[in-house]
Design a protein around this ligand. Structure first.
Ligand code: SF4
Length: 64
């Protein structure tokens, strides 16, 4: 499954990176980047946590 960050909403708090460090990484511009195309099953709980913790609701699963 694919996860996306809305760069217009992201304010660089970094909670996503803390919750799922293998999936999100803050860039130099303080916008979170998604590191993987397809989130492995083992990481999905961490991504769900990142979605819940993001204060800007900037993260979402991409539904096909
Ligand atoms: S938690 Fe949300 S606002 Fe903060 S860096 Fe991650 S995507 Fe951006």
């Amino acid at each position: 499954m694919k996860v996306v960050v809305n760069a217009d909403k992201c304010e660089g708090h970094g909670k996503c990176e803390k919750a799922a460090p293998a999936v999100f990484k803050l860039g130099d511009d303080d916008v979170s980047r998604v590191l993987v195309d397809d989130v492995p099953e083992s990481q999905r709980g961490q991504v769900d946590a990142a979605i819940r913790l993001c204060p800007r609701q900037a993260i979402a699963w991409e539904r096909p």
